[in-house]
Design a protein around this ligand. Sequence first.
Ligand code: PLP
Ligand code: COI
Length: 366
Amino acid sequence: MLPALIAHTTLWPEALNAFFVRAPHMASSESPVPPIDWDALTFSFTETDRMFVAHGTWEDGWSEGEMMDFQPLTLTPAACVLNYGQGLFEGMKARMAPDGRITLFRPEMNARRAAEGSARLVMPEVPEEMFVDVVKRVASENRRWVPPNGRGELYIRPIIFGSSARLGVAPADEYMFVVFAVPVGPYFKGGMTPISLRVSQDHHRAAPGGSGGVKAIGNYAPGMMPSKKAKSEGYSEIIYLDAVDHQYVEEVGAANFFCVRDNVLYTPELTGTILPGITRLSIIELARSIGLEVKEERVDIDFALECDEAFCAGTAAVISPIGSIEHVERVVNYGDVGKVTLDLYRRLTGIMDGSSEDPFGWTLEI
Ligand code: PLP
Ligand code: COI
């Protein structure tokens, strides 16, 4: 077997990767570098080595589950998730610290949010301990796919869904908890290059009483058409306003919205229609810890357009500065990355990737 030294060096001859990447699972510390140009990573799918699958029922709870090589799942065409969208997903990242440690960021928060979402979608909750343990195992067994420090992350995708057949609209009898992982780069092209957004005039993401506050899989497909249209017209993403007044900012595609005015940080309050982002919460806690005033309240789009800085935040998006917003006839330019945005970005990513202290105890070594 190869010495651990070879992992994450460029000394490994490229030609051998083709063989090793398809080879059966190897102890991660002895695995060669995968055939990936870390600097060309985007937020897109790459098949990795290992995944986890567990089965659950209402009566017996969750099976212990098993780690296996990455492979397709077998599902009945009548599966509740395929017909009625009974399912949710989570998104989290494993990062390599400068000293080679691999850490997760607040995985227990994802576990809690998944449990709350499962209750909303009438699915058995995965216990927090099991959720975190499985995520650690998936990161660990795909260790060679974790990009070197500062060059990307291993995005971990837990999914929970109704897997048994159901013809009438009702919860499934059987469920699956699956976790896989993918190495990723920036969600928006250019990373910290400010993005251009357009406020959607025709579509809303979620309505009061709906499922906007949980990561239900069904929340995402309806956003594809407006998002695709905006992208084809040169915008990076759309901003959704609330569905009642069409006046208050909700989210930026699949990320939370922040703006800064006179050194005060504003973000839409959680009303049930907005996803309670873990990055959002961390930014609020971090900002308050450095003495920045934070207001969680309804953010009028006209107020947001008068702000000094704006950015969006999420696991995939991290902190992405907003350069301009188009709303009806008006286009507002915020200019280059603002100083509050940059300061929060540096502090947060420093904690996340282990290049600075973690006074909050947010990171968990795998
Ligand atoms: N809003 C939506 C709709 C999302 O899908 C996400 C991504 O998870 C977020 C916000 C950001 O949440 P988090 O910071 O937990 O990734
Ligand atoms: C995340 O940030 O983890 C998301 O889920 C956003 C998107 C990829 C759906």
